[in-house]
Design a protein around this ligand. Sequence first.
Ligand code: 1PR
Length: 546
Amino acid sequence: STSDSVVTLLDYGAGNVRSIRNALRHLGFSIKDVQTPGDILNADRLIFPGVGAFAPAMDVLNKTGMGEALCTYIENDRPFLGICLGLQLLFDSSEENGPVKGLGVIPGTVGRFDSSAGGIRVPHIGWNALQVGNDSDILDDVGNRHVYFVHSYRAIPSNENKDWVSSTCHYGESFISSIRRGNVHAVQFHPEKSGGMMFYSKVGLSVLRRFLDPKSSSKQKPEEGKKASKLAKRVIACLDVRTNDKGDLVVTKGDQYDVREQSNENEVRNLGKPVDLARQYYKDGADEISFLNITGFRDFPLGDLPMIQVLRYTSENVFVPLTVGGGIRDFTDATGRYYSSLEVAAEYFRSGADKISIGSDAVYAAEEFIKSGAKTGKSSLEQISRVYGNQAVVVSIDPRRVYVNDPDDVPYKVIRVTNPGPNGEEYAWYQCTVSGGREGRPIGAYELAKAVEELGAGEILLNCIDCDGQGKGFDTDLVKLISDSVGIPVIASSGAGTPEHFSEVFETTNASAALAAGIFHRKEVPIQSVKEHLLEKSIEVRIKIQ
Ligand code: 1PR
């Protein structure tokens, strides 16, 4: 390839830069990896997708001499694009486990979003709109549309840095969503996760293309669309994946977690192929895609995990966030080789996952934490969130409703239910389960949610076994209870049957996202109809433009 189609990538090995690699290849560029500081100084154009936490990143940059090379490269006004932490590292310092000194290119301190002041959930996860200034250049196709953010720390515009700021975003307060000076650009959001060039909206990848190939970009105003203004409610498509009896990997869907047909053969329901369906939902406008590995391939050596393959293929051309769950814990494979949960997660992140989701193992960790009152730091949840940041760790809860007559009947959080139980019970608690609903545990969804937030979860995926596959709507009692009790985003799941169920859950609870499976797989309700309905109800969503 000619130097025109080569882009230099600074990947210091701290997490998932597979998505950015895929996006660059998709745009026809080949990648040269930085090995030495000299590679930075000699780059024609450099992309720096910061991942992980601020302090370890600065550590690597300082130890390798890459930090100094970066500063020189930027001082010389060479083409640079920082992404996420790659923006934050340019500032004087960060409060993340700090203060920690940054590269000092831009005046200012990176601080944590203040959840108490803004009444906001931290991390800031999801699609938010930008207020773009006049000469951002690379944001010309984006305008005020939604782009994907996932972070807990941010820089604030000030008198000292105002010459750098090219766009801002509002989340409880106004923060810096991009900077630009000459050929130097950086964005707090993820262009590689903000949609592609054609299917849904020309947003995310257009930012990369405009940076990589400024000549080809005609100056044009974004197409007119409805004005985006704040963090959108997310609509997530979920794929429960397992091998069927023939050994094929299929997307299946349970009825209260029972995935077998009620026929003589009793076979596992087969609703399609994971990669194909994920691509379809991406084109249809899903804001995120979740894969849940609902059986163990867990005796297999990690390298053979079919889910790894699914992630690799999907992330090649699906440019929205991908979550993967199922079997994330320590395990020993059939050959006796031991894998730590951190190794399992690392392999998923390397293969294209943006977040991992922990079910059973988080229940055990929460039980332990509640019993002892102390954090061991050893659970998979704590370890993974420490290394990859809490925004990368979802806890999936599989609760079952248990009706009681009297709130004092059980030592768990009990709520008054909207619809009384079969014997007229007016109260219920939500019992957590493990192993795909097979085993009930002595802990409620409320207690679990509070505990896992403490242990480092960045988001909660809230299922409900009673509602799963029923198409009668989300359990809004449960979603309200949990979303009012934690400060991290909550994804409502289980029971969606109509677009109205989505508006209902967003109007009556503080859920940040709603997830569905069956209605999308059976093609009963297209994702677009859900979005259009939410718009009609004045609920902000990422919309299709064209
Ligand atoms: O315990 O860490 O190995 O994780 C296992 C993961 O697999 C958990 O996230 C758990 O929720 C999930 N899981 C396990 N067994 C099943 C099953 O169905 N037999 N599926 C299962 C969970 C629930 C949702 C479903 C929604 C929406 N499925 O993912 O997609 O309920 O469905 P709907 O819209 O059709 O109602 P670990």
